[in-house]
Structure formats: structure tokens, C-alpha cells
Design a protein around this ligand. Structure first.
Ligand code: MRU
Length: 358
């Protein structure tokens, strides 16, 4: 397969978070955005696992794609005698990098299935690289399909549809995916079709994915964005301009509950109170039908320094105890529609989810 970053298709998509070079994986260091565009080159799975853990690359689909390339790198650089043990160890290490986004485990299982059927290191090198590129390519294609489904679900496919303003949380764009984005892909599509008045972007405390990444991505593409503190969302929704809240997901369970960036749940409560529609946009690789409900989802807690400090500058008394869960669970009954590349589930519940993902 061709290098995915060097096709007319991928070039047309603009911003990318990762570049596969055959013998190495390049990751755009998202910790440094928007101040610096710095690429990190990785030649082994351990480096990829570290980059996922340290949030060089983040966002559920991008984490899964990076992990898949990590397995391909393990094969590429494996010795001819212990290749199986080395690849198996790489899969284990990658699976321990972050716990909540199920796309990581989904991608690793796909890679493991291919690995299990390989009989030589040469075969593993070729087939694992192909599989990782397929995962990448499918994610990108899925995002484009989701944008179409979402516009129909919003009732905005008709020629005479009127433009809307939306509010989003975290970063669900090209930086978080194989390209284009999930919820941000829908926003791109609205803009392409002149159906977007404005995007309000929550800054997304504490890691600031909204201000550092979403605002950057949208401004690069001249998409009208207004940045707001998370606490301003209630006032924005009360003002009545915003018609839809659009968010991504890290894991969706069999009853339609959704784990996503911390603050998503409060936004869903606010949306219901203000009669604003709430849409979750995610690929089917984010759906985990093995878990009955959101209470079963492992929620990552990260270092308290992410709350106490910004870029090493202390904003709180030294040593103050911090609670830093980086995801929360939005109950299905607060969600109006879940959009995937396979189709949509309105008013999600067990039956609706089973119907599409059975
Ligand atoms: O901690 P992050 O930045 O990896 O969290 C990202 C999110 O919560 C996104 O909303 C989610 O992964 C969907 S990205 C298309």
C-alpha cells in the first residue's frame, strides 16, 4: 500500500497527526501545539507506547492507528529467531499505554489476528504493515461517511437547509483520527456545505485539547471558531444560538452509554436542560458491545500535575490533592443520536445498539 500521507486523497485532507514511512512512524507532538509543529520519529513499539501514554498522540482512533503501526514496527525490526516473542511483547506493551479508548484494544486485536496466522518474520513484516495501513485508511474513510450520516440525522441534507451554530468539546479532528475527524469531521462537512454559522469550542480543562488543538485545527482551515472556557457553555446554550452539541467518544457500551473527555457528561445535562440536541460521532471501532453499560468502562486518572500546573507553571498550592479523571460517562438517555460509519442510532438503548452492532 502507498504511504498514506502521500496520496492526493490524504493531501486534500490537510492536517495529519501521524505519517507512516515504512520503517518508521512519525507523530506530530500534540503536547507542543499550537506553539510548535514538531515531529517525532519512532522505530519501535516501546517508543510508540510511550508517546501514547504521554499524549504525544491522543484521541481514540489515532491511538488505535498508532498502536497498529507500533506492532508493524515491532515486526519490521524483529530478529529472525525471536520474532514471535518480540511482537507479542510489543502488543502487550502497547495495550498497557492507556485504558479507556477501546480503539486501542480493537486495533491490537486486529493486528494480533494477522500475527497469529503468520509463519515467518518476513510474512509478518509485510502483512502487519498492510493491516496497520488498512486500519488507518478505513478510519479516514469512515470519518467521511459519518459526516454524511450526521448531516442527514441533523435534517440538514436538504438544499434549503439553514446554517447552524454548534458547540464541541475536546479535539475530535484530524489530530485525533486517521484524518478529517469524527465530530470535527461533521463540522468540516457543515462548513464545506455552507451550513455552519459558528463553532463554539470548549477549551477542555485540564489538558486544553479544545484551545490548543481544536481552535488551531479549525483556524488553519478558516472554519469560524470561538473559544470558550468550559464554564461558559451553560451561558452559550442558554443564549439559544447553538442547535447541536457534537462530541466524539472513547468507548460506547451495549446500552449506548458513552465515555468521552471529562466534561462531556455535564455538557449533555446542559444540552437537555436547554433543549439543544446532543450528538455523539464515533467509528464502530469505538463501540464495545462486550460491556453492558458505562459503569463497566475503566476510566483513566492522570497525574494531578495536569490540573495543578500549565506547562510547568503552578496554578495551585503545592501538593494540594487533585482528582483528575480524564473521561466521564454520559448516560444513553441524555444522547439524541449516535452516528457511526455503519449508520445511526437515535435515542440509543440496548435494542437500538443491538440492531446496528449486534
Ligand atoms: O485524552 P484524549 O485527548 O485522548 O481524549 C480524547 C477524547 O476524549 C476524544 O473526544 C475522543 O477520543 C474522540 S477523538 C475522535
Amino acid at each position: 500500500m502507498n504511504n498514506l500521507t502521500d496520496t492526493p486523497f490524504s493531501r486534500a485532507l490537510g492536517t495529519v497527526a501521524l505519517r507512516w514511512q515504512g520503517n518508521s512512524l512519525e507523530l506530530l507532538d500534540q503536547r507542543l501545539l499550537p506553539a510548535q509543529e514538531h515531529w517525532i520519529t519512532l522505530e519501535g513499539a516501546s517508543g510508540v507506547a510511550r508517546c501514547i501514554r504521554d499524549m504525544v498522540v491522543r484521541g481514540a482512533p489515532a491511538i488505535g492507528i498508532s498502536a497498529a503501526y507500533g506492532v508493524a514496527l515491532a515486526a519490521r525490526h524483529a530478529g529472525s529467531r525471536d520474532w514471535q516473542a518480540e511482537i507479542r511483547q510489543a502488543i502487550r506493551e502497547l495495550s498497557e499505554s492507556r485504558p479507556t479508548a477501546v480503539n486501542l484494544f480493537w486495533a491490537l486485536q486486529r493486528m494480533e489476528r494477522v500475527f497469529d496466522s503468520c509463519e515467518s518474520v518476513g510474512e509478518a513484516q509485510e502483512r502487519l504493515a498492510d493491516e496497520a495501513e488498512a486500519i488507518h485508511q478505513e478510519d479516514l474513510a469512515g470519518n467521511l461517511a459519518m459526516a454524511d450520516h450526521a448531516l442527514s440525522a441533523m435534517g440538514l441534507s436538504a438544499d434549503n437547509a439553514a446554517p447552524v451554530s454548534v458547540l464541541t468539546h475536546c479535539n475530535t479532528g484530524a489530530l485525533a483520527t486517521g484524518g478529517y475527524g469524527t465530530a470535527l469531521g461533521v463540522i468540516r462537512r457543515l462548513h464545506e456545505k455552507k451550513l455552519l454559522t459558528r463553532v463554539y469550542a470548549d477549551e477542555t480543562r485540564p489538558w486544553l485539547q479544545g484551545s490548543r488543538l481544536t481552535a488551531w485545527e479549525l483556524m488553519r482551515d478558516d472554519i469560524p471558531v470561538t473559544l470558550n472556557a468550559d464554564g461558559a457553555a451553560a451561558a452559550i446554550l442558554a443564549a439559544g444560538e447553538v442547535r447541536w452539541v457534537l462530541v466524539g467518544a472513547d468507548r460506547i457500551t451495549a446500552n449506548g452509554d458513552v465515555a468521552n473527555k471529562i466534561g462531556t457528561y455535564s455538557l449533555a445535562v446542559l444540552a437537555r436542560y436547554h433543549n439543544v440536541r446532543f450528538m455523539v460521532v464515533a467509528p464502530s471501532s469505538t463501540v464495545d458491545m462486550s460491556l453492558a453499560s458505562g459503569t463497566d468502562i475503566p476510566i483513566e486518572e492522570r497525574d494531578g500535575r495536569e490540573v495543578r500546573e500549565v506547562r510547568g507553571i503552578s496554578l495551585a498550592p503545592e501538593g494540594v490533592p487533585v482528582f483528575n479523571p480524564v473521561f466521564d460517562v454520559t448516560p444513553a438517555d441524555l444522547i439524541d443520536v449516535i452516528v457511526t460509519e455503519k449508520g445511526i442510532v437515535r435515542n440509543p438503548d440496548m435494542a437500538g445498539m443491538q440492531g446496528l452492532f449486534g
